[in-house]
Write a protein that binds this ligand. Structure first.
Ligand code: URA
Length: 217
């Protein structure tokens, strides 16, 4: 299973490497498909590679990445137990925002990564990944408020770069990340409750087959 997921993720990385579906590859040095554990319970989704990510082919390895490492450490996690990806897999020139057609072109890769990893919690970092799950959300209003849906939590956070630029956001950012273990535990509780209910329902169900005719004699 582990091997299957790793192989499937590697196949996507290979498709990303050869991708010409939008213009971003033209000026990029390396593709940045994403990195981390194929078994991750938590997946982080950022915006797009910056300078350092483009140089190394890895997500969140610049200043934002250092801060993300720090945030993970606050809750006892390291990058290798989570999965980190972006909505676009090649660097937008000069770190401009990705255009809607670029996000759309790249969407199937991210969709497939999510389907393969099947994380319990998706943490969105910043507004571009937030928009996938909270299309009308305003990050300043909804950050740190999980939505539980179909056995998964969607947890919108500020982008680490925003917290680095505006130190007044850091307290919120750090309080939000400290609640992540609770969000994960809640997803597990809900899944377990759902399974118990399904078991009870199957016990309550009448046995299959035609009802037996009671003999009157
Ligand atoms: N910012 C992002 O959104 N993603 C990265 O990988 C790095 C910086």
């Amino acid at each position: 299973m582990t091997h299957d997921r790793a192989a499937a993720l590697a196949a996507i990385a290979e498709q990303v490497r050869a991708c010409r579906l939008c213009r971003l590859y033209e000026r990029a040095t390396r593709p940045v498909p994403g990195a981390g554990s194929p078994q991750a319970e938590i997946m982080f989704i950022g915006e797009g590679p910056g300078y350092h990510e483009d140089q190394q082919g890895l997500p969140f390895v610049g200043r934002s990445g250092e801060y993300l490492n720090y945030l993970l450490k606050l809750i006892g996690l390291t990058r290798d137990v989570v999965f980190i990806a972006n909505v676009v897999k090649h660097r937008p020139p000069d770190n401009r925002d990705p255009f809607p057609d670029e996000i759309l072109a790249c969407k199937p890769y991210l969709d497939q990564q999510i389907a393969i990893i099947d994380p319990l919690v998706i943490v969105t970092l910043g507004r571009f990944s937030m928009a996938r799950y909270f299309p009308n959300g305003k990050i300043s209003q909804i950050h740190g408020q999980p939505r539980y849906d179909d056995g998964r939590a969607y947890y919108p956070l500020f982008h680490p770069a925003a917290a680095l630029r505006a130190p007044e956001l850091r307290r919120d950012m750090e309080a939000d990340i400290r609640r992540l273990p609770e969000v994960l535990a809640e997803v597990k509780r809900r899944r377990a409750a759902g399974q118990n209910q399904a078991q009870r329902d199957s016990i309550d169900e009448p046995p299959a087959g035609p009802p037996k005719q009671l003999s009157l004699f």
